[in-house]
Design a binder for this molecule. Structure first.
Ligand code: AMP
Length: 401
């Protein structure tokens, strides 16, 4: 079934232009301190998940020695010599080739999809066993899961159709699915499959054992130049790939970036992404997270893919400082963004300041393009230019055994 039909049938909402327009207008989110997972789960521990919670939890993932990656990775990076970091500048192509060879996940997506196709049917919830809940989003819960038949581990994101309809978010689900299938890159969370039943949509996703980058940042408070630059380097490559596929992410922030077993990033959450239109047609939808909004979105102007470049600047600032550059009440944040009013903490290096200044430009056309970000001295001097690893990867264990 083509996607249009899939969503028109399964969401019971007309996929008309009017619907799209009304559902997209103004969805600005404010960042809040994250409640603990148990708080979140208790909130939602009603009938909705009774069928899944009742299933015996048959397995879990022994994390990489608890949280040791949080000390391992910064220490390992600090141990590298400047010479080791001065790797030959890599074009996006050679970088991609390298990570493709060193990483199986990119091809895994295709083989899992083929597996479902070989059996000539879509996956259903009965094909999975469930582990622990991994997190909760606005419209449902994400569980650790594995295929009963092959023991293939994944994350299963479940979205309640009733909640999606209540908030008219069907278009976002559709966009997340379309973008997920279109993107196949080692630094982007792979979407293996999508299926649905009467109550829910299910996104079968690559599992990222270290969860949100936001959590990593909260644990260590702020990143060194080397760690921040290495992550910004990976994000620039991931975004450059998205833009090459005509997709603007529009909601880049540490909460939407996951960390894999080796500490590499996986760009996730394409629910607010959109297609790049022709140069003369621009987007006007106001969406995203207030701290990360570009001035053209705050000013209700038309915008293009450069809104993602702005977010790279905000992200670089947040990774180095442990806080976003335009923090304040909603009105203060908007006014600071509109007037580009931010101040670097004293400990920011000069190259990092220049990198961020070049991205936090009011005029989108003056914002540093992604290839220039990758070639920028701050990244070239500090970033590790390859995928991290080898690091002790998590071991999948059967609790029963
Ligand atoms: P979302 O609904 O996509 O915002 O996901 C809610 C939370 O679940 C995220 O903030 C993560 O902590 C967790 N999560 C989502 N997807 C994954 C995944 N593929 N691997 C590990 N954790 C995930």
């Amino acid at each position: 079934m083509v996607l249009e039909q899939f969503f028109a049938v399964s969401c019971c909402v007309p996929a008309t232009d009017t619907f799209v327009v009304t559902s997209l207008i103004y969805f600005l989110t404010k960042r809040k301190p994250q409640p603990s997972m148990s708080d979140k789960m208790n909130e939602d521990r009603h009938d909705a998940y009774a069928d899944i919670e009742a299933v015996k939890v048959p397995f879990d993932v022994a994390q990489c020695d608890g949280d040791s990656m949080y000390t391992y990775l910064p220490n390992w990076l600090n141990g590298l010599t400047d010479e080791q970091l001065r790797a030959p500048p890599m074009t996006p192509n050679t970088f991609q080739q390298y990570i493709r060879h060193s990483h199986l996940e990119a091809t895994m997506g295709n083989s899992v999809r083929k597996m479902a196709l070989n059996e000539d049917r879509l996956f259903t919830i009965d094909d999975f066993e469930f582990g622990r809940p991994l997190g909760k989003g606005a419209f449902g819960i994400v569980y650790l899961a594995r295929l009963k038949k092959t023991k293939f581990i994944c994350a299963l994101k479940m979205l309640h159709k009733s909640k999606i309809n209540e908030y008219s978010m069907a278009e976002q689900v559709k966009i997340e699915t379309e973008s997920g299938f279109k993107l196949n890159h080692p630094l982007i969370l792979t979407m293996y499959d999508v299926f649905h039943d009467e109550k829910r949509f299910y996104f079968m996703l690559e599992y990222a054992p270290h969860g949100q980058l936001y959590r990593f940042l909260q644990k260590v408070r702020r990143f060194s130049d080397r760690l921040a630059a290495s992550y910004i380097y990976q994000i620039c490559h991931a975004l450059e790939y998205c833009h090459s596929k005509s997709i603007i992410h529009r909601d880049l922030k540490p909460e939407n970036i996951l960390v894999d077993c080796c500490g590499n990033l996986k760009l996730a959450d394409f629910g607010w992404s959109t297609k790049i239109r022709h140069a003369d047609t621009m987007n006007t939808t106001a969406c995203g997270t207030l701290d990360y909004l570009a001035p053209e979105i705050v000013g209700h102007k038309q915008y293009q893919y450069q809104v993602d470049n702005w977010c790279v600047g905000v992200l670089a600032f947040e990774l180095l400082a442990g806080r976003a550059p335009f923090e304040g009440t909603d009105d203060e944040t908007k006014s600071k963004i509109a007037t580009i009013n931010y101040k670097f903490p004293d400990y920011f290096s000069q190259p990092a300041r220049r990198f961020i200044d070049n991205l936090l430009q009011k005029d989108p056309k003056k914002r540093m393009p992604l290839p220039d970000c990758i070639a920028h001295p701050w990244l070239q001097k500090n970033a590790y230019k390859y995928m991290f690893g080898p690091y002790k990867c998590p071991v999948y264990v059967n609790i029963d055994e």
